[in-house]
Design a protein around this ligand. Sequence first.
Ligand code: IPE
Ligand code: IPE
Ligand code: MG
Length: 236
Amino acid sequence: MPDYPEIPRHIAVIMDGNGRWAKQRGLPRREGHRAGAESVREVTEACVELGVDYLTLYAFSSENWNRPSDEVEALMSLLDRFLSEKQKELREQNIRLIAIGQIERLPEKTRKLLQTIIVETADHSAMTLVLALSYGAREEIVAATRSIASKVAEGSLKAEAIDCATFANHLQTRDIPDPDLLIRSSGEMRVSNFLLWQISYAEIVIVKKFWPEFRKGDLLEAVEEYQHRHRRFGAL
Ligand code: IPE
Ligand code: IPE
Ligand code: MG
């Protein structure tokens, strides 16, 4: 047993409740999404301070495209703003940015900005911030299956040789360790198509607060709860 509490190597967050936070205050939903950016800043900072290696933020799901077009547009323009504002911070804090999801579905301007920052921060080493954008775990699993199937069809991979590691290596998260801790804000008890394969043994902490109210202290509390969990991985 280590004599210091274990810090999760990878924390994944379902940032939920922006719309309800705004509604509670009689504001348009967009204002909730805008306010959520401050929570992202605090959580990112806290993770760097704790020494977390990977922080994955679920920012936009494949299903979120089905929201009214004015909300989707507002989210995309906030994402643009977030990315351009973050550029400097990522540089100063030595954070590497990567993205998972169907990035090709994002507007061209957003995609280009994202790509520029990914290239610019590629050798940063303090922490990796993974943005899940236009992300759906089922879509990711289907894409992995398709790519494995085509290798089998062309003869470069034998069907009998496919195991869990083969599968994991065909997911977009192939270079990222599985999340140790999954946090969802707003009290909802569901995973909403997020990292279905990767969270098999993640510890789950549900926080009642809406995402724009989520602060550094909430992250620290979730980590503390994680530190009191006994992870068994099916063994004893
Ligand atoms: C999370 O907040 C942000 C996104 C899903 C983009 P919501 O927009 O889902 O807010 P609620 O859950 O409706 O309150
Ligand atoms: C999950 O939240 C997606 C993100 C936080 C980006 P949703 O609000 O879209 O999920 P549901 O609809 O409550 O399941
Ligand atoms: Mg929601």
